[in-house]
Design a protein around this ligand. Sequence first.
Ligand code: CP
Length: 330
Amino acid sequence: MTTTREKERTRSSHLPFGDQRDSPFYGRDIVSVRQFTDEDLRYIFDVAHEMREMVSRIGAFDLLKGKLLANLFYEPSTRTSASFTAAMERLGGSVIPINEVKYSSVSKGESLPDTVRSLEAYVDVIVLRHPEEGATALAAQYTKKPIINAGDGVGEHPTQALLDLFTILEELGEVDGLTVTLVGDLKYGRTVHSLARLLSRYEVTLNYVSPDILQMPDKIVTEIEESGTPQAVHTDLESVIGDSDVVYVTRVQKERFENPADYEKVAGAYVISPETMKLAKERMALMHPLPRVNEISIDVDDDPRAAYFRQMEYGMYVRMALLALVLGKA
Ligand code: CP
């Protein structure tokens, strides 16, 4: 098992670049949004903004030339997996994709600790998505290389929350003073767990709109209560949409239900249509981490307030920033 002290030693003894020891991010794991200071967040968003400008000006550059990323996904993904690949390649690095673990030695019974210990021999950073809450924190104890949580069961999805917050900043210019309404599966949706935690660092009001059986878990509500953030629970979106600056819609996570009949009862609980958007403010952002099933009608896609495809693109800039930071190059 690799202790924090050993990780520290490894960081300091492999220094092919200039002043990376000065970076507070160098060699760090990204496990939960709770690990970031306010200063960290500002820095990540500044670097992400710079990455956006660089991509728009020159497309790709060699900041991470010679660096390797292992994309280790035990659950399906389109955006997180592809955007980490795009981020690494736009920075001049390379990727070993293990997107279908059934074709890896995991199918022979290899443990998560052994898998990450093996990959660290080849790569400089590991991105991990896993169905069990706490898997990234566990894996991080077994590798000296930085490991990034790309979603751990119903736990957290910290890089998604960072990109969600970056989207709010890029779309609306600020976070303080906003009313953010989280809609849908707040029980199993790990993106809303991370996002609510991150938002509670700002002066926001949070609305939770969900069916009774999919409410925000008590442990998160209690945590957010401690920050003093106002929170309100609703079952009806129409009563709060007109006051919302951000409406963040989530998919009901079918794969997390033990009883399929329970899923069927709540699957179509909220559907955002052009009619729903008539109730929303003129200046607001409609967000969704994607994939969507039926929660937002495709007829809403051309509404300028529909930010979900831009949100996905912002994810690449945030992940470029995170990779550069943990590899000591920003
Ligand atoms: N938002 C998100 O995590 O999407 P994927 O499951 O496609 O990675």
